[in-house]
Structures are given as C-alpha cells and as structure tokens.
Design a binder for this molecule. Sequence first.
Ligand code: ATP
Ligand code: MG
Length: 691
Amino acid sequence: MATALGSSTRPGLLDALDPEQRAAAGAPRGPVCVLAGAGTGKTRTITHRIAHLIASGHVAAGQVLAVTFTARAAGEMRTRLRSLGVDGAQALTFHAAARRQLRYFWPRVVGDRPWDLVDNKFRLVGQAANRAGAGTEIETVRDLASEIEWAKASLVAPDDYPAVAARTQRDTPVPVAKVAEVYRRYEEVKNSAQVLDFDDLLLHTTAALEEHGAVAQEFRERYRCFVVDEYQDVTPLQQRLLDAWLGGRDDLTVVGDANQTIYSFGGASPRSLLEFTRRFPEATVVRLERDYRSTPQVVDLANRVIGAAHGRPAGSRLQLIGQRHAGPEPRFAEYEDEPAEASAAAARIRQLLDGGVAASEIAILYRVNAQSEAYEQALTELGIPYLVRGGERFFARAEVRQAMSALRVASADDGGRDLVTSVRRVLAKVGLTEQPPAGGAAKERWDALLALVELAEELATAVEGADLARYVADLEQRAAAQHPPTVEGVTLASLHAAKGLEWDAVFLVGLADGTMPILHADGDDSAIEEERRLLYVGVTRAREHLSLSWALARNPGGRRHRRRSRFLYGLIPEDHPAARVARSQAKPSGSKARCRICGGVLTETMEIKLSRCGRCPSTVDEDLLERLKAWRGDRSRELKVPAYVVFTDATLVAIAEQRPADDHALVSISGIGASKLERFGAEVLAVVRGR
Ligand code: ATP
Ligand code: MG
C-alpha cells in the first residue's frame, strides 16, 4: 500500500489514520469503497482522502464534490475539511448540490420560466387529495405526501405506481389506484404553480445532465472527483443523479455501513453499497473494525444490539473493536411515567454539566419528534439550555418566519447601516429584547431570534460589506437546505437526524415497545430490523456516557401498559438492579394527584409538584421563597453540592406556596421523601415559620 502514498503528499497528512484507513485515503484515483461499522473513521477517512488527492495534485479542490444526506452531516464534513486545510471543495447534501446545479443550468435547459421551491408541500398534497376524492384528514394527507416522496425517490412515475406498489406490497393510506391519482394531481397543481419540490431538484438536474450534451460536458469538466458518505442510504433517484454526475467515469469514493440503513421507508437501499465491487471490480475495498469513537463499554453494547439483527445488511456486519479507554457502563433505567423519565434525564444532565461536560456535547435522542416536549419542559425546569434539531423546525418556527418576512421587507429599503445593527433593529420589532426572558417558551423564542443575529455577525465577518439583501438570501438558502444555525445547548433530536454525529453523552429515551420499535413496524420483519438499526445508530452516537431509559405509562397516574423495548430484552437481565432502583424511586402510581385549589386531576410534573393546576392562581409567598433560596444556597455551599441536590426550584416554589406547618405536610410535597425530611425537615419548617 505504501506506493499509494505519493511522495508529494503533505507530510503527516495521512499519519493521523490507521493502516486500513490510510489504504483507502491514499489509494490512487479511481473507485474506492469503505465498508465499515459506526465510529470506525469512515468520515475521517474520506475527508483525509479528499485532502490527500488535492495535496498530491491529483485533483483541484474545486473539482471535488462530496455529498451526504443531512445538512448537519454536510456541515460536519465541511468543518473537518477546513481543519485539514482544504479550501474550495464542495461538501453538500444531494439536494443542496442539485439545487445549485439546477439554478445554474436552468436558463439553458428550460429558458426564462422562473421556478421556486414549494413552501408548503402539505397544502399541495391536500389540494390534490381533495381533487382526487381521497380524503383530506391530516393523517391521510401526511401519509400520502410520504408515499409520493417514496415513489419519486424510487423513480416510480404515477402511471407505474399501481404495479410497483402491488409488487412491493406497499402499505398505502388509501387504495393504490387512489394514491396514483393523488400523485398525478399533485404533479399537476405543482406544475401549474411553477414550483418544484425537493425531489424535483434531483429529477430535473439528472434530466439536464442526461439530455443536454453541452450541460453534461460543462459539468464534467468542472467536477472530476466524487465522494459519498453514508452511501447505504442512497435512493434510486440519488443514485441516478450520481451516475449522471459521473457520466461513465469511475472517480468515486463511497463509504457506508449497511447496518446503519435507516431510510428504507423513504426508498433508500444499501444495494448500491453492497454491490459496489460488482459494478467496479477493480475498486480498492477497505473494511474497518476499530472503533475510535466510543468506550469499550459502549462498543460492547453496540455489538450486542446489532448482533441480534437478521436480514441482508446483517450479513455484512463486522464486530467493532473499541480503541478508547474504559468508561462508565451504559445506564438502563425504567420510570413510572414520561415526565419522571424526562426529569431524571434533566437531573442527570445537570450533573454532567456540573461535572464539566459542555452542553453541546450532550444529546437526547428519541424515535419521534413528538417525544421532545417532555424533555423540553424538564430541561427548562432546571434552566438547561437546549436546541431541538430535526428537519425544518427552526425555520418553521413562528417567530423565525415572522422575523424573515420583516427582514425581507426591510431589505428592500436598506439604509446601508451596519448589517448587525440593521438586523437587531428589525428583530426588536418582532420581540428580540436586550435581556433574555427568564425561561420556557419565551426564552426559546428569544434564543431563536438571537441565533439570527449571530448569523448576521458571522456573515458580516465573512463577507465584507454584506447587506441585508445578502443576509436574507443566505437565510433563505439555509431554510431551503434545512440548515438551522447552531445554538449552544443540549441537542434534542430524532434518531434519524443523529446519523453520522457524535456526543460525549447520549440519552436514548422512550425505549418502550410501540415507540422503539415504532408500533407500525409490528408484523413486518424488515421494518422491525430497520428499527433495530436505528437503535444501533443511537447507541453508537455516544463517546462515553450512554443512558437508555423507558417509562411504563405516558402520564403520571396513567395506566402502566408499556414495557421496555423488545430490543433491550437480551441486553439487560430482567432483574437488572438499575431497573429496580428506578422503579422504587419513581412516584407510586394508582391514586391520581389532584389540584389543591380546584380539585382537578393533575397530569404535568410541575403541576403535581405544586399540587396546583396551571389554571388556578399561584399563591406563592415571594418573601418566603427568597428566604428558602438563601437557606438552600448556604446549605449547598456547606455540603459542596449543587443547589438542586438540596431541593429543586420547583420544590422550593411548592414549599413557598403550600407553607407546610409540620412534617406530615412537608412530605406530602412531591420531591420530599424520608431522607430529605430527616436531613432538612426541621430547618425548612423553621424557615417557613419565619425563624
Ligand atoms: P459513523 O458510521 O457514525 O458515521 P464514522 O465511521 O464516519 O462513523 P468518524 O466520525 O469518521 O466515524 O470517526 C469517529 C470518531 O473517531 C471521530 O471522532 C474521529 O475523529 C475518530 N477517529 C477516527 N479514526 C481515528 C484514528 N485513526 N485515530 C484517532 N481518532 C480517530
Ligand atoms: Mg460518518
């Protein structure tokens, strides 16, 4: 392999790789395939390969096009390339790459008919469903939209849809013929509105390259070297675009892990990855087994999760070998209900933060986005900053949309002021105050607006003289590429959105059967296997701390009808002490908690803590609350523990509202058990009595 490392390589560039990684990164131009498990350095290998090919003069930076699937992963690739001194190589999502190319070639292949991206696809599918008489319930329209996406990603046209759907036994929301009809009408309404959806970007770019010789020639002169990360998740449509890019050439490096295929439902397939050598028999093929990301404890769990897999991707799996020092054992815990699970995660995160782990190095990962709410509440309660990742949420937020339209209006009449000042002035009108609000939803809105200011600061530094119009154009591009700005905080993300990323501490939450695996996978072996791979992706995101938890009921006092995920059964003994501990610590279920003012049933953690529902007025004694906080401060300093270990804010508020007069009243406050009573009871009662 030494011959592959030309003498012109920048000294030391490939030294940061192990021998197998180096073989892939240093291979001469031509097809290369890296087939390897999570955390083995695939992304690291391709970024080094790009740097190597450029440094050794094989290719110019501007001739490299690297693609991946999520905007965050593309951003990660760009960061890594920059740190290797590579400037000018493109690292984009398939969609962003196609979008740029289409913008460039559109006038030549279509003419001066304008186009824009669909801004509300759901509405168009709804219209189509209505015209086709397929029902317009939200659920149905959502399922129809996904089915149309699957068809387009799979290169299935409306006319061919019924036959393909029958052959592949698609589980359709309405009869197959109706889906085809909605699909056809969707294309019609979209065309008449002169808008394109995301898949059209790829379809049109492919067509431009396939059907216009001059376009293809110009493109192929411009780009010579192609790299695909996470190749196991390529769809037939993306593969077709990739082939159009290549135009028969073979300068292609792909890396992937069939055991991380998690987008099959959207048409992705690991086939291209697994059959790469059949297509390119002369390819350099490398397999990596050493896991550099995670501790042996995390690696061991990952091996066991994927060890139980069945089916084709499972045949290609390799046992990962952990390279890092030993770390803590993964924690498993069972809770009575979701709020209790969320509070426990937030409390543990507080400990990690106090122990020096950065908030941006912590993630809470869940199966479906709806799960984020309980965690947002629990983190807010402890004053922990967080950001919700996933899809277009940032740009879909009401205040961000409002801000963008205000900025758009202002940009038409830009007085040429300093960009950041102009942005601040406009955002002040939509609610950006000087000081952040105390917390909760208002703080989150404020953080989102502040992130927009930070983007303006970034732009002003990067591009001299950038004005509002340029800034708005940048924002729109980010919105289209689903590339939200970074906000310092704990990441809340779906498992799908976490692919390719890593954090020091990862909390895999909601691991109850019916959520993981998701209910609708039941009875479909391949869907269950995809869920298992999703859990594997989750486990392998953690460098050091890994927590896996689930709850028996959704709400406090609710029916305990859930059980832990079937994927965990072989991993922890039934009588695992962690599970028992969690169970005994959790609140007793059974009798429902009620509001002490109106008597209504309480469901939220905070309501139960305060014994008061959100609708009834607070009776907090502010003066008492201040005294309790002062007492807690003294105690926590004395005991050298964080303040919340003595009592959380919520518990202090509950005490200041309920003014307990004796031990009995004190322990009836949630959050105060026998040991707290013994340690602090007398002192707290004295503070309440005003002594
Ligand atoms: P995934 O399948 O999750 O995308 P991956 O195979 O792409 O994982 P990387 O993200 O490239 O893995 O690497 C995982 C971590 O291990 C990164 O932090 C990377 O910097 C580190 N790493 C990889 N290879 C080495 C190496 N040879 N020496 C030291 N650290 C390494
Ligand atoms: Mg990777």
